[in-house]
Design a protein around this ligand. Structure first.
Ligand code: KG4
Ligand code: ZN
Length: 342
């Protein structure tokens, strides 16, 4: 297998991103550049991502972001072996922008195109920062997704649990909004919770201890939003935020513990690895809960560097490179898919 240098493009939500990743024959990876242009400021006045605004913002900046990624990598397009672009799931107007840009470069330069599933990007993201072998158990927690997956390689993911209502990041964002915190709510809520006493507010412990690996956050969301109405004192607000954060972290750890039991039945000690990915993996309380769980269960624990937890194009480039290494690529007729389960 030769070394592969791949341009990745990501436009499925509110970040316009491009990156160049090099994958060596031995499977090791190097991020040559990773550019992320956030649209947070454009959406903040609306308290959430507005799809039409997102798509237009991607169109305005995508060329610049791609050229900047190439320049930062010190490469011309002739230095590439392939182009990978997110083809879904996500806001389809935005997905079409990045996918079309990727197709244009692939066509003009005669390069193979890989239409990448955004979730597969998150699934491989931890491999950008460390050499983590397959297989591993993955907790994927972002604004749009909350799943537990057994990952044996690109294209070889098996879902063992998912949310029956909101995603974990969505719960963070909605509760933060109810508490009057700015968008995006997850990081704001984490900051507010610092030093808080999580024991002062009793929140519903959804599904805790129950069978299966599915998640549910709607009960917590409703209860926390109702409590938030009457809480104005700064110390009380801090403690409520800490309680919310702890409740979410506990549920994530509890469901992951269930999945570990099933995983350990099929995989020996040498393969017991837990990886967390997605924007919520940036949360320190969540990392703490998962670190403790992994230690107790005899799993190695990996979390990607923060820059690769939230949406980025390096993870898309790596998923593309791993697919190309396996001889997989897509036609220029690849379509943008709003929904695309792994
Ligand atoms: O992976 P991501 O950037 O985009 C999606 O694919 O959804 O994840 C964004 C989500 C948002 O819901 C955001 O509030 C949450 O990740 N998030 C956090 C933190 N940083 C980002 N949630 C809790 N604590 C954080 N520090
Ligand atoms: Zn994402």
């Amino acid at each position: 297998q030769p070394t592969l240098t791949v341009l990745g493009v990501e436009t499925s939500c509110d970040e316009t991103a491009a990156a160049v990743v090099r994958r060596s024959a031995d499977g090791s990876t190097e991020v040559l550049s990773s550019i992320v242009a956030s649209q947070i400021a454009a959406h903040a006045p609306f308290g959430g991502v507005v799809p039409e605004i997102a798509a237009r913002a991607h169109v305005e900046i995508i060329d610049q972001v791609i050229l900047e990624a190439m320049r930062a990598a010190g490469l011309g397009f002739s230095g590439l072996d392939g182009v990978a672009a997110t083809a879904g799931p996500g806001l389809v107007g935005g997905v079409m922008v990045g996918l079309s840009a990727g197709k244009a470069i692939a066509l003009a330069r005669g390069l193979p195109l890989v239409a990448v599933n955004h979730l597969e990007g998150h699934a491989v993201s931890a491999r950008l920062g460390a050499e983590i072998a397959y297989p591993f158990l993955l907790l994927l927690v972002s604004g749009g997704h909350c799943q537990l997956l057994e990952v044996a390689g690109v294209g070889r993911c098996r879902r063992v649990g998912s949310t029956i209502d909101d995603a974990a990041g969505e719960a963070f964002d909605k509760i933060a909004k109810a508490m009057g915190l700015p968008y995006p709510g997850g990081p704001a809520l984490e900051t507010l919770a610092e030093g808080g006493d999580a024991g002062r507010f009793a929140l519903p412990r959804a599904l805790l201890g129950r069978e299966g690996c599915d998640f549910s956050f709607s009960g917590l969301k409703t209860a926390a939003a109702r409590m938030a109405d009457g809480v104005t004192d700064p110390t009380d607000r801090r403690d409520l935020a800490a309680a919310v954060q702890q409740a979410i972290a506990r549920q994530l750890a509890d469901r992951t513990a269930k999945a570990m039991v099933g995983y350990a039945r099929q995989h020996g000690p040498g393969e017991r690895r837990l990886v967390v990915a997605g924007g919520v993996a940036a949360n320190r309380e969540v990392r703490r809960a998962l670190t403790a769980l992994a230690q107790a269960q005899g799993f190695l624990f990996h979390a990607p560097p923060l820059a690769y937890c939230t949406d980025n194009a390096a993870m898309i480039a790596l998923a593309g490179a791993e697919r190309l290494a396996e001889g997989l690529s897509d036609g220029l007729d690849a379509v943008a898919r709003p929904r695309w389960p792994l």
